[in-house]
Design a protein around this ligand. Structure first.
Ligand SMILES: NC(=O)c1ccc[n+]([C@@H]2O[C@H](COP(=O)([O-])OP(=O)(O)OC[C@H]3O[C@@H](n4cnc5c(N)ncnc54)[C@H](OP(=O)(O)O)[C@@H]3O)[C@@H](O)[C@H]2O)c1
Length: 333
């Protein structure tokens, strides 16, 4: 095993601006010998999530903070290459907070042991935080009823692509917004969305009125901004507006004022509620079992966008903010 660990450190706080590759700095660190209870993992796959930018900004309440000089935090999947912890052996596949580095050292209990079940990378996508966010956000906060119209923004992204498919499984109509004709075609042709709106090239409010003639019963929002405002104009009585994320604001210098159409929440007696996935941690195992069943039965399909190479890690995170990712963004080391 190598005795040098290649890493990417945080080199800037991107609050109020777009991320840049200069926000990360290459580093080499010596690998120290393990002590009792520790495990060393070689990273195989890294997961990329928009909240990693918030994590670098130390946004309270959203993601645990990282400081300049720290190894960039990230979830990943790896192989145990050395273990001094009970119950974890060399060769085990694990997932956990591996960070942007080739090797990571952990207290054994911080890692989740994965079965070699043919769903390896899905543990970072539909069976990981991505699928669980879609599941709990839609089912618990959105509370969809059969026949409801569910609109999902960022619908071709990792969370959004699963959300629409769960909505269909619940007997709902699903309408998604995404950037570009190719992503919109994927939503309808392969994921079973009933309609898709290209928010970059179409008039979103007019298209929402056309595709949701009885109004929106559940709006699952991943992007915020003008799309949220347009959806609020079209909500049905007693609609549930689920605030999952707001990627359109993650790079803005000054935060925009609230959406002008928010008062429809009063007129339509609707609710608008945010959530954090971590609140449902005690129920993850049950939800994963259900998600795994849907995937195994072909009722949920998913797409992975797998970049490659240690040197491409910073550029891969930037893909989320330009919309370059097609499905769940991963990188293979
Ligand atoms: N509440 C929670 O606990 C929780 C947990 C996990 C994730 N989240 C949130 O869920 C959302 C989706 O995350 P994800 O991992 O599934 O990422 P993702 O959707 O796979 O990737 C981000 C996508 O956002 C879209 N986007 C980027 N900039 C945009 C802009 N200015 N306006 C509109 N769309 C933009 C792009 O798609 P287009 O090409 O369509 O523009 C891009 O592909 C994020 O907001 C994230 O913060 C919340």
């Amino acid at each position: 095993m190598a005795d040098i660990n290649r890493q990417w450190l945080i080199n800037g706080n991107p609050r109020g601006r777009a991320l840049s590759e200069d926000d990360f700095k290459y580093n080499e660190a010596a690998l120290e010998p393990l002590v009792d209870g520790q495990v060393r993992v070689r990273t195989q796959y890294l997961s990329f999530d928009p909240s990693q930018k918030g994590q670098m900004e130390n946004v309270s309440g959203y993601a645990s903070g990282n400081e300049v000089g720290d190894v960039m935090g990230a979830r990943g999947i790896g192989t145990v290459v050395e273990s001094r912890a009970d119950g974890i052996e060399e060769g085990f596949l694990v997932s956990g907070p591996l960070g942007w580095q080739e090797f990571s050292t952990h207290a054994g209990r911080t890692l989740e042991i994965l079965e070699d079940d043919g769903f390896l990378t899905a543990h970072l996508g539909p069976l990981g935080g991505t699928g669980l966010t879609a599941y709990f956000g839609l089912l618990r906060i959105g509370r969809p009823e059969p026949g409801d119209t569910v609109v999902v923004s960022g619908a071709a992204g990792a969370v959004g692509s699963i959300t629409g498919q769960i909505a269909k499984l619940m007997g709902c109509r699903a309408v998604g917004t995404a950037g570009g004709a190719e992503k919109c075609a994927w939503l309808v042709d392969e994921l079973g969305y009933d309609a898709a709106i290209d928010y970059k090239n179409e008039k979103v409010k007019a298209r929402l009125r056309e595709t949701c003639p009885d109004g929106i019963n559940v709006f699952f929002d991943n992007v915020g901004g003008p799309v949220l405002n347009d959806a609020l104009a079209v909500i049905a009585p007693f609609a549930r507006v689920v605030i999952c994320g707001g990627i359109s604001r993650y790079e803005q210098e000054t935060l925009p004022p609230g959406p002008p159409n928010y008062f429809n929440i009063v007129f339509r007696q609707a609710t608008m509620q945010g959530f954090l996935l971590i609140a449902y941690a005690s129920e993850f195992a049950t939800a994963r079992k259900r998600l795994r069943g849907w995937i195994a039965d072909g009722k949920i399909v998913y797409k992975e966008d797998v970049q490659e190479g240690f040197e491409n890690i910073p550029a891969t995170l930037l893909r989320l903010f330009s919309g370059a990712n097609k499905g769940k963004q991963l990188l293979k080391l």
